[in-house]
Write a protein that binds this ligand. Sequence first.
Ligand SMILES: NC(=O)c1ccc[n+]([C@@H]2O[C@H](COP(=O)([O-])OP(=O)(O)OC[C@H]3O[C@@H](n4cnc5c(N)ncnc54)[C@H](OP(=O)(O)O)[C@@H]3O)[C@@H](O)[C@H]2O)c1
Length: 284
Amino acid sequence: MTGSPQTALVLGGTGRTGSLVARKLAERGLGARTAARHGADVLFDWDDPTTHPGALVGVDRLYLVTPVLQVTYADRVAAFLDLAEAAGVHHVTYLSTYGGDQAPPEVDIKSVEVGLAVRGAITHSILRPAWVMQNFSDPHLPVVDGVITVPTGGGTEAFVDAADIAAVAVETLLTPEAHAGAQYAPTGPQALTVGEVADAIASVTNRPVRHHDIEPGAWIGGAVAAGLVPADYAVMLSWLTGSIISGNGSTPNDDIEKVTGRPPAAFHDFARRNVRAWTSPAAR
Ligand SMILES: NC(=O)c1ccc[n+]([C@@H]2O[C@H](COP(=O)([O-])OP(=O)(O)OC[C@H]3O[C@@H](n4cnc5c(N)ncnc54)[C@H](OP(=O)(O)O)[C@@H]3O)[C@@H](O)[C@H]2O)c1
């Protein structure tokens, strides 16, 4: 990478991976500017294009988190990447999803991946992580009255710590030339059932926790009816859970160790470190 200044714009900069990407980049000596709608270094809203040009001033690389809880965004992302290219961005690290190259056509994950690949002046790295462990310690898949409710059909997933995803992203942003065109699928070291996740949380909290393997239609319909996700996001939930139910959940690989030199965190370690998520008064 040539030219200066060397500053990364970190979209989703207050989120689970983006906040860690920004902090770790700064620790490693690269300028990092967080961007989000609330509480970031710079105001950035995917739904308000007037916030886009200012966020890109003085930026030469980008951590791309696309609009969350949405399925149609390829045009907005392409327009933003045009702006980024014109502003001098040379590299994009895209936070995709495990199996993103096979995402259903109604979801723009694959379109964004393909759109990056055909850009001439921007190199890219694609991260396709497994389900993050933090889903169980935040409101995505909470333990409610000792129960984790999610449809998996007893299938497994190689849940990954968001910190390990961020660590991979940081390497790609620090030395883009070494990761140009790379596709990484960060995973944890073990494929676990949600029943095994529940056992791990029970063992660190000393409280009973079990998995309710609910029927997928009821779970997705309930999430939409409760206003937790918009109706068109049902296709994404159906794809994500369907992969696990059909036995095609993520499986462990060595991408994290290959890129960072360190093995990924195991779920038990994550659970021990985050025990307060399930035991603090607010979590009861
Ligand atoms: N959950 C999983 O298991 C999993 C697994 C693989 C991949 N992923 C992918 O990871 C991505 C999410 O990344 P994450 O988990 O690091 O973030 P996150 O914790 O979900 O946080 C979302 C971030 O995006 C910002 N944001 C939300 N809506 C926005 C908007 N309209 N305009 C600008 N910024 C917006 C949020 O801040 P504000 O709300 O303040 O704007 C926040 O900084 C998604 O694309 C998801 O598909 C998730």
